[in-house]
Design a protein around this ligand. Structure first.
Ligand code: CMC
Length: 423
């Protein structure tokens, strides 16, 4: 059996055989036979926009692997910093490589005082931290003009280290500003997650030591969110990166995409939904409203996962560890009931809708004391590793600028009418 597809232009009888490679067919071949006829796929539902060696996602079987390593093993045994190295370098680090990496990240956590004092403090007092984060990342581009040398691997590596290192500092700074608390500088003696928690919560104590269970839980959440192949924000990163924008500008674009409630904003939307449901007895009527199409069940459904989201399974476990320290989030019972009702309902079964990563992550973040506005920010901190890995891959593949075609459905040609002659 030939591993190929044959297409026939029924207008002319012409045929073209296109080989199937890595599960796809080359659209350039198609255009040879059918110039001017485009695939209409506005949400990329049937389009592979990249050939990537970073993350493998099998939605039918609920599989997620970074560089070949199963997410379950990484969540169990690795750390976010090690996973960020794996994703951006392609291999797990040796002990010496890891020590260098940890040192470099730790020593790039400070941000320029002008970013903090003049830029971030210029926001309105109740600015959403995700809006602040998007803007602050873009502003970094003006502080590191050498970042424009995107074809120099050493320059690229420097910006990768800066971005991964500075994300927690900026993120915590956004929170501190929005609650009127003084900025906390990074503490180089703490590890990645513990340092972030210290910058979030430190008050008058000389050193803030986060609860190790909570710091580990956050690190696991960072691992789970580090990459997720060609999602909306990664696609934004690749599209902007394909124009050869600098990595800060491209990351700001990716972060802006992540802000949306259909993507990284969904964990925030889940808590708002659970608050709206408020009581267990309201679950059935909420599900009925979802089925009538009046609203969506936030934290449910995924474009790719059609059986279950493996991240959601790990997060559910992590939630138990966190709740043992913080006490149970009172919204948990409503979430569990919603999940139970939805998983037994034909509407959700027939559409293959299961809890995704966001269904439980918000409950953990809330139990740990994060305000809900910080939830998408918590998603963005680790995802920067995935965005940057995709950006480097794109540049190394020497990809052409992203430039899709359109199907024009507007007016036919017509003549301009001077304003005085228009009806
Ligand atoms: N609640 C109720 N119905 C849903 C939901 C939902 N959450 N998601 C999809 N559907 C229905 C939808 O109405 C449609 O039904 P029908 O065939 O009768 O028109 C069918 O399922 C297919 O939906 P779709 O909109 O074509 O699916 P999509 O692949 O375009 O959307 C999604 C994927 C994640 C945007 C969507 O499932 C959704 O809006 N979920 C809620 C938001 C959410 O949890 N987002 C986080 C995604 S995971 C983290 C991340 O990647 O950022």
């Amino acid at each position: 059996m030939a591993n190929s597809i044959t297409i026939t232009d029924n207008r002319t009888g012409e045929c073209l055989e296109i080989p199937i490679a890595d599960g796809g067919i080359d659209a350039q071949q198609w255009t040879k036979l059918l110039p001017g006829i485009w695939f209409f796929d506005p949400a990329f539902g049937a389009t592979a926009a990249a050939a990537s060696a970073i993350t493998e996602l099998d939605g039918e079987r609920g599989i997620l692997r970074y560089r070949g390593y199963p997410i379950e093993q990484l969540a169990q045994s690795s750390s976010y910093l090690e996973v960020a190295y794996l994703i951006t370098h392609g291999e797990l680090p040796s002990p010496a490589q890891f020590e260098d990496w940890r040192y470099e990240i730790t020593h790039h956590t400070f941000i320029h005082e002008n970013v903090r004092k003049r830029f971030m403090e210029g926001f309105h007092h109740d600015a959403h931290p995700m809006g602040m984060l998007v803007s602050a990342i873009a502003a970094l581009s003006t502080f590191y003009p050498e970042a424009k040398n995107i074809h120099d691997p050493a320059v690229r590596q420097k910006q990768i280290i800066r971005l991964i290192a500075k994300m927690p500092t900026i993120a915590a700074g956004c929170h501190r500003f929005s609650v009127g608390m003084p900025f906390v500088y990074p503490d180089n003696s703490l590890d990645f997650a513990a340092n972030f928690l210290a910058m979030m919560w430190k008050t008058a104590e000389p050193r803030f030591d986060a609860n190790p269970v909570l710091a580990r839980a956050l690190d696991v959440l960072f691992i789970l969110h580090a990459d997720h192949e060609q999602n909306c924000s990664t696609t934004a990163m690749r599209v902007v990166g394909s124009a050869h924008a600098d990595p800060y500008t491209a990351t700001a674009a990716a972060c802006a995409a992540l802000y949306g409630p259909r993507h990284g904003g969904a964990n925030e939307a889940v808590i708002r939904m659970l608050n709206e449901i408020a009581e267990l007895e309201n679950v059935d009527s909420y599900i009925a409203a979802v089925k009538r199409g009046e609203t969506r069940l936030q934290g449910f459904g995924h474009r790719v996962y059609r059986s279950y989201d493996p991240r959601a399974a790990i997060i559910k476990e992590t939630a138990h560890d966190v709740f043992e320290i913080t006490g149970k989030n009172p919204l948990l019972d409503i979430a569990l009931k919603l999940e139970e009702v939805a998983l037994g309902d034909d509407y959700f079964i027939s559409r293959e809708l299961y809890p995704n990563v966001d269904f439980y992550s918000g409950l953990i973040y809330q139990a740990m004391g994060f305000p809900i506005e910080m939830f998408p920010v918590l998603f963005a901190i680790p995802r920067v590793a995935g965005w940057l890995a995709n950006w480097v891959e794109l540049l190394e593949q020497d990809a052409r600028i992203a430039r899709p075609r359109q199907l024009y459905v507007g007016n036919p040609p017509r003549d301009y009418v001077p304003i005085g002659e228009r009806q």
